[in-house]
Design a protein around this ligand. Sequence first.
Ligand code: ATP
Length: 356
Amino acid sequence: TPHRTLTHPEALEALRNFLKERSSYDVFPVSFRLIVLDTQLKVKKALDVMLLYGVVSAPLWNTSTAKFAGMFTVQDVIHLIQYYYHTSSWEGATADVEQFRLHSIRDIEKALVVPPPPLLSVHPLRPLYDACRYLIRTHARRLPLIDRDTQTGGEVVISVLTQYRVLKFIAVNCRDITQYLTASVQEMGIGSYVSPESNPDPINNPNKYYPLATATMQTTVFDVVHMFSEQGISAVPIVDSDGKVLNLYETVDVITLVRNGAYQSLDLTISQALKQRAVDFPGVVTCSPKDSLSAIFSLIKIRRVHRLVVVQGRDDPNPGRLVGIISLSDIMRALIGHDIPLGGAGVGAEVVDKAL
Ligand code: ATP
């Protein structure tokens, strides 16, 4: 009810009810474009298509089985680069990554012992709330919406739900609820925060920003790629010697580098690599640990936010110093909750959780 004051838990509950009353269809505009990639495509072709249409992930389609075959994401490309760097010559890696066919990517993930993205999907008419629970579970961070063709009974990929789309939808439509989310993000434990004293192995792995992975302007792109792949993260804050945040390096930046030229560019330092960033780079979004979730929704409403770097505020002793990082999945988990069981073996939902 928009007319009375809500407590923080009441506001969360109201948001969940909102999501239960909507479906994934409600999140999408009436008309939209969907890029689907054939699993027979080579990585090079796939990247060209993705760059051309400005997307960073796409559902895969297996033509021989006429079935959805998982998602192809930037994280997959990161894994590929990581794999080839270890297994072949630098020059060979360039050619190999590009010649790779999409259907073989899962083999690489096995070789790297990184978990394969689950083949989770959901029917677009299922409640948005359920879709969000699946979104939290899938580390592809994208949930394909799959319907059935009424005539052939075959699978049809309708679109892909992302955390960004859901949070934007809430930010735009639920101001009357989100305004009551007044507790601070740090208080609510939303995000990951610098806490060096909890480092279990400070001698061998000293990291004054533990548990955060960070880099400096002198770190090589490849070292950062390694962090992305090992830790399953999509961005590292770039800090100076005082811990002041200078920038943020993201998985998408690597893709642009790779497609712009040679894989050798992974030997560049972050400082050099940042110079190659597109002129329309939207910038790094920061917030203070004292900011409320409500303030963050206001930001998401007006900006294309994919993650926030938490820095000390202007009134703190070291303004701009790295405090934490908040990813969209952190916000989603705060809204939906972590451990809610999915209701038996995916009752009513289209769950395909088998290996490719
Ligand atoms: P995406 O940004 O691709 O949508 P995501 O929302 O899951 O994916 P990630 O940035 O991969 O975001 O974050 C996954 C988890 O790791 C989050 O809980 C986040 O707080 C944490 N995290 C993000 N970046 C770092 C980092 N540089 N160091 C340590 N932990 C991080």
